[in-house]
Design a protein around this ligand. Structure first.
Ligand SMILES: NC(=O)c1ccc[n+]([C@@H]2O[C@H](COP(=O)([O-])OP(=O)(O)OC[C@H]3O[C@@H](n4cnc5c(N)ncnc54)[C@H](OP(=O)(O)O)[C@@H]3O)[C@@H](O)[C@H]2O)c1
Length: 319
């Protein structure tokens, strides 16, 4: 049986059910704790592991019933951060497939979802031929945000991330649009993605110090975002590694770096992917990995990463 523990006193119960109020050795009431360790994006506490929605909406996606079960399993496990984007879809006529899916999953969930932060993005497009294109213009980003708001069925987006710098548009114009969205109350918090250190500093300046997150590719196989991670740490900004396990279709091999992770995983009796996520978490308290999932089993496994304590020797050998 999968076990979830109160992280104050380690009283345990079956994963997905809340530890009975009053049954904790520490006496802390159920409503006073998160089911999972939390970290912060801006001033909002979120689970230390998020759910990446992309595998449920692009090539190889499952049917909707399995996707909804996957999102509900994540919520059961205490995940309160879901990452999505308007561009997570396959065909040209279904822009925002993933946002709509998440909205339906939240609406049909039996429990309280008021503490769930849905983080979406704008600035990437999929014309339907399998390619990804970019539009960072001010007008486009404002239209994209309005459309995301409608699909998510909310008045303000919890975290809106500029998806990727557009080489044809000055970064100041794209980030100026994000600033306007913040000022207009259309989005509560602003983040950026696929940005270098210079762009992170520029975004922070344009947003008047209100940049709360950076989402860049980072995994055992792809470590070149180390400078951005370090800068986020210094600035107190959340760093969300994308494709933290090496990406869709490569997660079973951690993008070709499975051997070291498998060795440590065997020692702890857990999956190499869980070790990988614990390795991410150990990098900095600002790191919040967003592993993608299209099956309940995988997100339930990932959700237990915060409970895995890697030793200094483990971390040294993985680095
Ligand atoms: N900002 C950007 O430009 C950008 C780009 C790419 C992705 N992203 C975001 O980052 C998220 C994560 O990246 P990703 O989905 O590309 O790659 P990923 O998280 O590295 O890998 C996803 C795959 O890992 C498998 N998996 C997850 N947890 C596992 C576990 N505990 N054990 C074994 N397998 C496990 C899943 O399998 P199953 O499908 O079988 O569940 C899934 O297909 C995306 O979903 C998306 O939200 C952002």
């Amino acid at each position: 049986m999968l076990i979830s523990s109160c992280f104050f006193c380690w009283t345990s119960g079956p994963l997905g059910t809340r530890v009975e109020a009053g049954s904790r050795a520490c006496g802390i009431r159920d409503e006073e704790v998160c089911a999972m360790q939390s970290r912060r994006i801006g001033d909002v506490p979120v689970s230390a592991i998020g759910l990446g929605g992309m595998p449920m909406s692009i090539e190889g996606r499952p049917d909707e019933e399995r996707s909804i079960r996957t999102i509900h399993a994540a919520l059961d496990a205490g995940i309160t951060l879901i990452d999505t984007a308007d561009a997570y879809h396959l065909h040209a006529d279904e822009v925002g497939h993933n946002e709509s899916l998440i909205a339906r999953a939240l609406a049909t969930y039996g429990g309280d979802t008021s503490n769930v932060l849905v983080a979406t993005k704008g600035g990437h497009l999929r014309p339907g031929d399998g390619t990804w294109t970019i539009n960072g213009s001010r007008d486009y980003l404002k239209r994209a945000c309005e459309a995301s708001l409608k699909r998510l069925g909310i008045e303000a987006i919890g975290l809106y991330q500029h998806h990727r710098p557009d080489p044809k548009v000055p970064y100041a114009e794209s980030l100026g649009a994000v600033r306007d969205l913040l000022d207009a109350g259309k989005i509560r918090m602003a983040g950026i993605s696929n940005a270098n250190p210079e762009q992170i500093r520029q975004a922070q300046e344009i947003l008047g110090g209100r940049l709360v997150s950076v989402q860049n590719q980072f995994s055992p196989a792809f470590r070149s975002s180390e400078p951005e991670l370090e800068l986020c740490d210094q600035l107190g900004i959340a760093f969300l590694p994308w494709s933290p396990l090496g990406g869709i279709g490569r997660a079973d091999q951690l993008g070709g770096h499975a051997a070291a992770f498998t060795m440590i995983a065997e020692r702890h009796g857990v999956s190499p992917q869980r070790v990988c996520l614990a390795w991410h978490l150990a990098k900095s308290p600002r790191v919040i990995p967003i592993p993608g999932a299209s099956r309940p089993e995988t997100i339930l496994d990932s959700a237990q990463a915060p409970e895995l304590n890697l030793t200094t020797e483990d971390l040294a050998s993985l680095d």
